[in-house]
Ligand binder design. Structure first.
Ligand SMILES: NC(=O)c1ccc[n+]([C@@H]2O[C@H](COP(=O)([O-])OP(=O)(O)OC[C@H]3O[C@@H](n4cnc5c(N)ncnc54)[C@H](OP(=O)(O)O)[C@@H]3O)[C@@H](O)[C@H]2O)c1
Length: 368
């Protein structure tokens, strides 16, 4: 275990990336402004599924975007990772169950966490079609077990949402598989899960959708990911950059899937913006204050967006029929708009470096 030399830097990166997102939002509307959300909601025409442009302009939250894209949600089987209550994965599940999906499979690391989320969701949607799946992305064997379980279901997964991630672990930590914890949880686990689920998903009559939740924090790296040292084992490894580094890999992964599979798959990566979730849970009180998650008096920073705001890009990325026609493999900002990622998070050469490194980490080839 190696102590992180600059935990504050990574937290500042997290915060600034989210603030960049909020700057791209309407300047008159704060991401956390619930009053503004209510006003926007009352003006929405809920009659039909609409095109990308009207969803982007009319919806401010995931709830509103889902109302506009309701017919694209109806009848789908949707698997969402990272289903702990208070996070964006659980919020997405709570949002989409109101639009008659066939099934929502929600993952967490313990049954107690799934039960807590289900209880919350069923308070508003008593007949929500929910199924739980235990999944630990930081374990190759657990990902294989969970994937085998999903592949034994009678349904095929239509929409796979990679929401789970970890951030701000204060010490360099290696998993039982010998990988750095952020790297395995945020990228390698999702990479292997996708590999194992994809054959069945591709056998469906329509192309499956894969949403990979990245972060605007990827752009705060001063250089790209170190593909020769994914586990930060070199003595001079920049451990404090680990979370943003894995978010570079998320964006490259979506682009690589689209390039390799073409129209057989629909995929985008997104950033949800700077959102009040559980993501800062591993930070000390002092660091949370320094990084701006909480104010000096201990209250939550009002600049943080709500979970409902954070799921707007999720809903657009997972269900909008237009965005993948024009920008399959693209990257969406927190408003759901196609945006160019940082230079070191795009391009075939880097996608291939990411792919080769990931194959080595999972110990098997993945030819597409
Ligand atoms: N919130 C933001 O400001 C923000 C900004 C940019 C990007 N994002 C991205 O948004 C996504 C959702 O994050 P969030 O804000 O909802 O954070 P969150 O509240 O911390 O949720 C993260 C989820 O990931 C799960 N997870 C962590 N380690 C895992 C593992 N080893 N195996 C399986 N699941 C694991 C957590 O489960 P446990 O409860 O068991 O730990 C939790 O359910 C992430 O990809 C994050 O990078 C968030």
């Amino acid at each position: 275990m190696r102590l992180a030399t600059n935990t504050y830097l990574i937290l500042t990166i997290l915060r600034e990336a989210g603030m960049n997102d909020s700057k791209r939002d309407s300047p008159s509307v704060s991401m956390g402004d619930r009053k503004s959300v209510a006003i926007a909601s009352s003006s929405i025409d809920l009659q039909s599924t609409e095109t990308t442009m009207s969803v982007l302009s009319k919806a401010f939250t995931g709830v509103e975007a889902a109302q506009l894209l309701s017919s694209a949600i109806k009848g789908k089987t949707i698997l969402v990772t990272g289903g702990t209550l208070g996070g964006l994965g659980a919020e997405l599940a709570a949002t989409v169950v109101k639009h008659s999906p066939k099934l929502v499979i929600l993952t967490a690391r313990t049954q107690a966490k799934i039960d807590e989320s289900f209880e919350h969701i069923r308070k508003e949607t008593p007949n929500a079609p929910l199924r739980s799946l235990l999944l630990d992305l930081s374990s190759l064997s657990d990902v294989r077990r969970a994937a085998a379980e999903v592949n034994s279901y009678p349904e095929t997964v239509d929409v796979l949402v990679h929401s789970a991630a970890v951030a701000g672990i204060p010490e360099h930590t290696l998993t039982n598989d010998g990988m750095e914890l952020h790297y395995q949880t945020n990228h390698i686990g999702p990479f292997l899960l996708t590999k194992l689920l994809l054959p069945k998903m591709l056998s469906a009559s329509k192309p499956p959708r894969i949403l990979i939740v990245g972060s605007g924090a990827h752009a705060m790296m001063s250089s790209g990911f170190d593909y020769d040292d994914p586990n930060d084992l070199k003595p001079d490894a920049k451990y404090q950059s680990k979370y943003p580094g894995t978010k570079i890999l998320n964006t490259l992964f979506s682009a690589a899937l689209a390039r390799k599979l073409g129209e057989k798959v629909e995929t985008v990566s997104i950033t949800p913006g700077w959102i009040a979730s559980q993501l800062s849970r591993y930070l000390s009180l002092e660091t949370k204050k320094k990084a701006g998650f909480i104010m000096e008096d201990g209250s939550q920073n009002p600049q943080l967006g709500s979970l409902q705001r954070g799921t707007k890009a999720y809903v657009v990325g997972a269900f909008d029929p237009e965005v993948v026609k024009t920008h399959n493999g693209g990257y969406l900002n927190s408003n759901g708009e196609v945006t160019e990622p940082a230079k070191f998070a795009q391009g075939q050469e880097l996608e291939e470096k990411m792919w080769k490194m990931s194959e080595e980490s999972i110990g098997e080839k993945w030819d597409l």
